[in-house]
Structures are given as structure tokens and as C-alpha cells.
Design a protein around this ligand. Structure first.
Ligand code: PLP
Length: 397
């Protein structure tokens, strides 16, 4: 109780109605309150805890690296094995020619770096994003927020970056707005905060060829879709389209704060000079975060976690389909939006979820659907048990 009061008094608030559930510990697919109440974590820190809470291999990597060394010197000067090894294994995991990794601390920072790189490489200024895209809350990333009608988020913070426009996701004709003036197109191959929107057949290929035609760089934001969430290590592999730059964060740090943008050397090397130190960071690529991210990547591969994602997502879909309150399910791997069609119902459902011990959420641009994006390690039994609780709550709507 005291902690909750202090939270409201001294921790800056992001909304007038926080959940106020106190977390004591977390393990696997669950977190627990001090009173011992168990919550199924179907948000996973917004697609962060892909390898499960307190995964022993990640905990061990963090403890060992913390005892060896933490922060020594800003990114890019010293040779630090967690960074170098992670970059090397990541490059081997990503499709060629994505080979040079610039480490940062978060998703928004990865996006900022990618945008600057695109301007630097092309010498152009126009940047294009997709409607209903979310790329982060810093000024640059927010400029690329392709908000729906009203632009209420952006309006409060203008002026933002100039020479930015957004086009409709999945509209083939709108690709003609990408021209020789365009430095880059930034997009999520599967839109997350729009409420899980998948690209139509052929759309990413058409976007790739339009960018090639006019010399614009294609940037994929795989901050939410990366590290196995959609059933491939990266969503780009599902669609067979390789961007010029990819942004990573969230699960990329295995539960620790870590982001990166990755490109081929020809592009990335332009950041090295003119001006020298034109993009720098103190904590980007922190050794403890890189050790955690590397342990998580190895775990995903060694335990064949990603191979099981599609079947687990399909099981959720199958078990929830047919309930009279469920209007539609949009899904990519273990990223699901369960559509109720009405926000008032969804708000009521969140209260019921809290009672039955389900942690879910709606989406930034879609408050009529609830999110299911649990740790990828969730078992079949846990899926069935969480669906039983979800249905219990849906029945009471
Ligand atoms: N890009 C996408 C697709 C996201 O979903 C998010 C966060 O939700 C971000 C970028 C921003 O990441 P961060 O909160 O680490 O800045």
C-alpha cells in the first residue's frame, strides 16, 4: 500500500489510471504480487521477455558479466567481448548483407540512429513512414509516428522533424509517393501498435522494388517483431524481403535495455566520418546488456524455441475463436490481437482480467482489441490454462 502511494507521489506517471499491481517476482510465463497472486503475463513487457522471466541462462550471463566488468568506456572505442560476440552472432543470424551492428539502449534510439544514417548515406532529407506506425517517443521517432486522423499525439509536441510524410500501409498506389527525394521509408513489416496488421501478399516486395527504383533506403522496425515473435527469428524472413537497415530492441536485450540498428558496411561506414563522432552513445551496447541478449539469442536457437511459435500462436487462435464476444483474431506467430469491436467492453475486460490473474493490454492505436504476446517459452498446458481464464472473463462481459 505504502509503495503504491509512493509510486503515485514520486514516480512520473504516463496516464491517469495506472494498473497499480505490485510485482514481487517473475518466473517463466508468470509474475507474482507480494500477496502471492499469480498473473499470466500475456504482455511480456510488450514483447520483451521472449525467453521467459528470469530465464536461468540469462540470469547467469548477467551475473557473470556484472562481476567481470560493467561500464568501461563509451561505445565504439574499446574491444569488449560481449558486444563483439553478440554482433558477430547476430550478423550470422540476420540475412546478408546486414552485417554491421550499431548498439544503443532502446527502440527509439535505434530508430533515431537509423534515420540519421539514411540521411547521411543518401544526402536526402525526406522520410516516409506508414500510417498507424509506432516507432518510439523521442522527437525523431515521434515525427515518424504515422498517427491516424487527428494526430493527437503529435499535435501536442510540434514542431517535430520537417520533411516527413506518412503513407497508408498496404496501399500499393501510395508507393508512388516514394521518389528520388526520399531518403528512407521506415516501417514495421507487421504493425504492432496498430493492433497487429499484417502486410498483404506482395506488398513488402513492391515496397522493396520501389525503394530500389528511386534509391531510397528501406528501414524495417523489427523492435517488436524480432527475436522470434512472429515465428521466424525476424519477420523479414517470413516475407523474404531484406531491408537496408533493421532496427532491433525489446527482446533483443533478453530482458535488459538494449537496441541496435544494423546495415551493410557500405551504408554503416558513412557514420564514421564527416563529421567524426556524428553519432555517439555512452551506454549503448552495455556489456551486461549484450551478455544478456547474447544468452537469450543462443537460448532461442539451442532450445528451438522459434520453431514452436507458430503452433503455439495457432493454438491460442483455435481455442479463442468462436466465443461470441470475439469478433476477429489478427495474428502473426505469438503476437495476437483479439478484437472485441468496442472499447467500453475492452476496458471492462481489463478489470475482469485483473481479477482472474491475466495481464493483457490493448494497443496504442487500437483500444478495441486485447493483446496476447506471452513469453515464447509458454507451454501448451499454460496456453490452455490462460485461455480458460480468458474465457471465464469473456463470459462475464
Ligand atoms: N518500434 C516499435 C515497433 C515498438 O513497438 C516500440 C515500442 O513499443 C518502439 C519502436 C519504441 O521502443 P522503445 O520503447 O524501446 O523506445
Amino acid at each position: 500500500m505504502i509503495l503504491r502511494k509512493q509510486f503515485l507521489s514520486h514516480v512520473a506517471q504516463t496516464s491517469p489510471s495506472p494498473m497499480l499491481v505490485e510485482v514481487e517476482r517473475a518466473e517463466g510465463s508468470f509474475f507474482y504480487t507480494p500477496e502471492g497472486k499469480r498473473y499470466f503475463d500475456l504482455v511480456a513487457g510488450v514483447s520483451v521477455s521472449n525467453v521467459g522471466h528470469c530465464n536461468p541462462v540469462v540470469v547467469k550471463a548477467v551475473q557473470e558479466q556484472a562481476a567481470r566488468y560493467m561500464h568501461v568506456m563509451v561505445y565504439g572505442e574499446l574491444v569488449e567481448s560481449p558486444q563483439v560476440t553478440y554482433a558477430t552472432e547476430l550478423a550470422a543470424t540476420l540475412p546478408a548483407p546486414l552485417e554491421a551492428v550499431y548498439f544503443l539502449n532502446s527502440g527509439a534510439e535505434a530508430v533515431e540512429g537509423a534515420l540519421k544514417l539514411a540521411k547521411r548515406f543518401t544526402g536526402r532529407t525526406e522520410m516516409i513512414s506508414m500510417r498507424r506506425a509506432y516507432h518510439g517517443s523521442t522527437h525523431g521517432a515521434m515525427s515518424m509516428m504515422g498517427t491516424p486522423e487527428g494526430e493527437e499525439w503529435k499535435a501536442a509536441f510540434r514542431p517535430l522533424l520537417p520533411d516527413v510524410q506518412s503513407i497508408e500501409f498496404n496501399h500499393f498506389e501510395a508507393l508512388n509517393r516514394i521518389t528520388e527525394r526520399t531518403a528512407c521509408v521506415l516501417m514495421e513489416p507487421v504493425q504492432g501498435e496498430a493492433g497487429v496488421r499484417l502486410p498483404e501478399r506482395g506488398y513488402l516486395e513492391a515496397l522493396r522494388s520501389r525503394c530500389d527504383e528511386v534509391g531510397a533506403l528501406l528501414i524495417f522496425d523489427e523492435i517488436q517483431t524480432g527475436m522470434g515473435r512472429t515465428g521466424e527469428m525476424f519477420a523479414m524472413q517470413k516475407y523474404g524481403v531484406v531491408p537496408d537497415i533493421v532496427c532491433l530492441a525489446k527482446a533483443f536485450g533478453g530482458g535488459m535495455p538494449l537496441g541496435a540498428f544494423v546495415a551493410r558496411h557500405e551504408i554503416m561506414d558513412t557514420l564514421r566520418e564527416n563529421p567524426v563522432l556524428g553519432h555517439i552513445t555512452t551506454f549503448g551496447g552495455h556489456p551486461v546488456c549484450c551478455a544478456a541478449g547474447l544468452a537469450a539469442l543462443r537460448f532461442l536457437k539451442e532450445e528451438r524455441v522459434v520453431e514452436q511459435v507458430e503452433a503455439k500462436g495457432a493454438l491460442y487462435e483455435q481455442l479463442l475463436q468462436g466465443h461470441p464476444q470475439v469478433k476477429e483474431i489478427r495474428r502473426s506467430g505469438l503476437l495476437l490481437a483479439v478484437e472485441l469491436g468496442e472499447s467500453a467492453k475492452l476496458y471492462r475486460l481489463m478489470e475482469l482480467f485483473k481479477e482472474v490473474g491475466i495481464m493483457s493490454d490493448w494497443f496504442l492505436y487500437c483500444d478495441t482489441a486485447f493483446r496476447i504476446s506471452p513469453p515464447l517459452t509458454i507451454s501448451e498446458e499454460e496456453i490452455r490454462e490462460s485461455v480458460r481464464l480468458i474465457l471465464q472473463a469473456l463470459d462475464r462481459l
